[in-house]
Design a protein around this ligand. Structure first.
Ligand code: SF4
Length: 273
């Protein structure tokens, strides 16, 4: 969440809403202690694979023009460069020799199974902002913002995921809020006709053999309305609680750990290492 005092707007990203749903304190510290945010080896791998997909989509006529070996090389270089940055190490780095194999398998899966389902010629890394129509408790307009990995000329949104395991499609259809934010953005900004809108996760499971997956989610006006109500409630609470050191601390979530919470050392970990 960020505030634009000049235009009296508050911008919300889906990742901040996601933090809030995991643990309100995590969302609070993301605003007040941004210097503690850091990536992990998992996110470094994801960033490198994303760069290779951008290279493929931006520099080729269609998926048949991609040389898989060349794309794997691009991905390996990008991943290696991301891993040189200071990142948190997870179990992935216990066996660093498996990372290049996993990257190769993910790219092979993307080229063979996912890319043929992608309509070429769309917008890569498309940044968006749109108004939710709600005012926060302080009178500021609430806007959503973010970056879509890819939106096709026909308005289908794709998001590339490198994941430790396959996605559950019905769970994503029921609960995932990223597709709701991005679909609402596409409709609001005229990139899709809507209001019903398609969002696809192009999932590459991080393992030694290719395991690609296309997970399709649909969103409607009802989803957008609930999302915007959620965003207003979240922003109002944030505005009211602004300046308080602590918001509610949910230490029951699986991500409340030294590995998966950037703020562990100044939160639970400062009491119970
Ligand atoms: S350490 Fe746990 S309780 Fe504290 S911010 Fe992180 S997830 Fe929340």
């Amino acid at each position: 969440m960020r505030t634009d005092d000049e235009n009296k707007r508050i911008y919300v990203r889906q990742s901040w809403l996601g933090d809030l749903m995991i643990c309100p304190q995590r969302a609070n510290l993301a605003l007040t202690m941004p210097m503690f945010r850091s990536g992990s080896d998992a996110t470094a791998i994801g960033t490198g694979v994303h760069s290779a997909i951008e290279w493929a989509l931006g520099g080729h006529e269609d998926h048949t023009a991609i040389n898989t070996d060349e794309m794997i090389e691009v991905a390996q270089t990008q991943v290696a460069s991301e891993l040189e940055k200071p990142v948190k190490l997870t179990r992935i780095s216990d066996k660093p020799e498996t990372i290049p194999l996993a990257v190769g398998a993910m790219i092979t899966g993307w080229v063979d199974e996912i890319a043929p389902q992608v309509e070429w010629g769309g917008k890569i890394e498309h940044r968006f902002q749109y108004p939710t129509g709600h005012l926060a408790v302080n009178g500021y307009e609430i806007w959503m913002e973010g970056t879509m990995d890819y939106i096709t000329p026909n308005g289908v949104i794709w998001d590339w995921k490198t994941a430790s395991r396959a996605y559950n499609e019905s769970e994503k259809q029921k609960k995932a809020h990223q597709p709701t934010v991005y679909c609402a953005a596409a409709v609001s900004t005229g990139l899709a006709e809507g209001p019903e809108q398609i969002f696809r996760f192009g999932v590459m499971v991080r393992q030694q053999s290719p395991k690609p997956q296309v997970v399709q989610v649909t969103r409607t006006r009802a989803h957008y309305d609930f999302l915007h109500r959620q965003a207003k409630a979240a922003v109002d609470q944030a505005v009211i609680s602004s300046g308080q050191r602590d918001w509610f601390m949910n230490d029951q979530h699986v991500l409340c750990s030294s590995t998966w919470c950037d703020y562990w050392s100044i939160c639970k970990g400062s009491h119970i290492p």
